[in-house]
Design a protein around this ligand. Structure first.
Ligand code: CO
Length: 213
């Protein structure tokens, strides 16, 4: 049996185990999804949203990309964000980075990765803003981890800059946005920042309230 045949077989085993322990499980899943959380995480295979939060299918709406970025021209991210906020009406958005992130590490170097350069450019911009703070750290891994944390905070603020979030804040006082970092060494999530409708966003990024309603 090859690896791809094995995961198809594992799927059958998973489905029948689920059904065995909870005969109504799939009937309930079919009816609706009603997640309270929207997770924006890194594509890294070691940081699966449900697994590290011990949650079930149906509990977290998920978007993942390289280095958990919120890029304001990314139609994919914006579509998922709009659906999460306006249709699913999630109460919390979580931006979750992780220490040792390969995307962040790559952005700190000068190697060219072709098309990926355009994506990593966003992280280089975060570095540029915090250059002195990061350069003051002598250990390379610690420099990466400092940028991982600063990148999470920057992406939380990028969410606050979207009209989708600002409209929801004006009309519904939700969602709260949380910036977390996951430590691959111990499996623990750490809370870095929490931003909600009371946050004083830099005025240049604030849209006219009457236009948003
Ligand atoms: Co990563």
């Amino acid at each position: 049996m090859n690896a791809i045949e094995k995961i198809m077989l594992e799927n059958k085993a998973w489905a029948s185990a689920k059904l065995h322990s909870d005969p109504q499980y799939f009937e309930r899943q079919v009816r609706e999804q009603n997640p309270n959380f929207f997770w924006i995480g890194c594509s890294d295979s070691r940081v699966p949203a449900n697994e590290v939060t011990n949650t079930e299918p149906g509990e977290i709406f998920v978007h993942r990309n390289v280095a958990n970025l919120v890029v304001n021209t990314d139609l994919n991210m914006l579509s998922v964000l709009q659906y999460a906020v306006e249709v699913l009406k999630v109460k919390d958005i979580i931006v979750c980075g992780h220490y040792g992130c390969g995307g962040v590490k790559a952005a700190l170097h000068n190697q060219s990765f072709g098309m990926l350069n355009k994506w990593l450019r966003n992280i280089k911009d975060v570095y540029r803003i915090h250059r002195d703070e990061i350069n003051a750290i002598s250990n390379e891994d610690k420099r990466v981890d400092a940028l991982v944390e600063l990148n999470v905070k920057e992406q939380v603020l990028n969410l606050a800059k979207t009209s989708i979030v600002q409209r929801a804040w004006i009309n519904n006082q939700r969602p709260a946005i949380h910036g977390w970092v996951y430590d691959i060494k111990d499996g623990i999530l750490r809370d870095l920042i929490r931003v909600d409708h009371t946050y004083q966003l830099d005025p240049i990024y604030r849209y006219d309230e009457n236009e948003l309603r």
